[in-house]
Design a protein around this ligand. Structure first.
Ligand code: SF4
Length: 183
């Protein structure tokens, strides 16, 4: 059941607009989705810490700083502007963000969503040379696989229901799952 169904509302009856796109008033995701989409990040954090602690403390600090940018300032550019501010959305940030920022009513999320892509790419790339150095092909495959799992879970469980057609991750997810369904 989605949050709309739990609250007894028909999500098609109420709409709001974000970046020119019409969105249901209540989140289209089951509350469990916000927890599930965060879980694949645990092996990513463990692997990054495991490798960088042995190889480069400076890179570990850089990696944690980039993670901090993802978790805090980017939430101002994305989640504080989102119609699902303060609700169970596709990630746990929906519930957390009111403790971080006031709602930024009527402001665009597009820049933040693109910066999300840049920051996720940096999180993947920063430890890559050290991962190769420590564990060769096997650990590199594990690292890339962990990011693929993160992408697959997010796009399957969250983006497939997300109304934000302007989101680059959502567009990539729809293209990926569309091509999987065709093959
Ligand atoms: S499409 Fe996916 S990544 Fe983009 S805002 Fe929606 S749930 Fe989040």
């Amino acid at each position: 059941m989605t949050e709309s169904e739990i609250r007894g509302k028909d999500p098609r009856q109420e709409c709001q607009t974000q970046d020119g796109v019409s969105c249901p008033q209540t989140p289209p995701w089951h509350p469990r989705v916000s927890l599930m989409t965060g879980l694949p990040f645990i092996p990513i954090a463990i692997l990054a810490a495991f490798v960088l602690l042995q190889t480069s403390i400076l890179k570990l600090i850089l990696w944690v700083a980039v993670l901090g940018i993802f978790a805090y300032p980017l939430r101002y550019l994305i989640c504080a502007r989102c119609p699902y501010y303060g609700q169970n959305c596709s990630t746990s940030f929906g519930r957390i963000v009111p403790r971080m920022f006031r709602k930024q009513e009527g402001r665009s999320m597009k820049l933040g969503l693109w910066l999300d892509v840049v920051v996720i790419a940096l999180l993947l790339l920063i430890p890559l040379p050290e991962i190769w150095q420590v564990g060769g092909l096997l650990l590199t495959a594990l690292w890339l696989g962990a990011f693929f799992l993160f992408f697959a879970v997010l796009t399957k469980m969250a983006c497939s229901l997300c109304p934000f057609t302007f989101c680059p991750i959502g567009q990539a997810g729809k293209a990926f799952w569309g091509s999987m369904n065709r093959t």
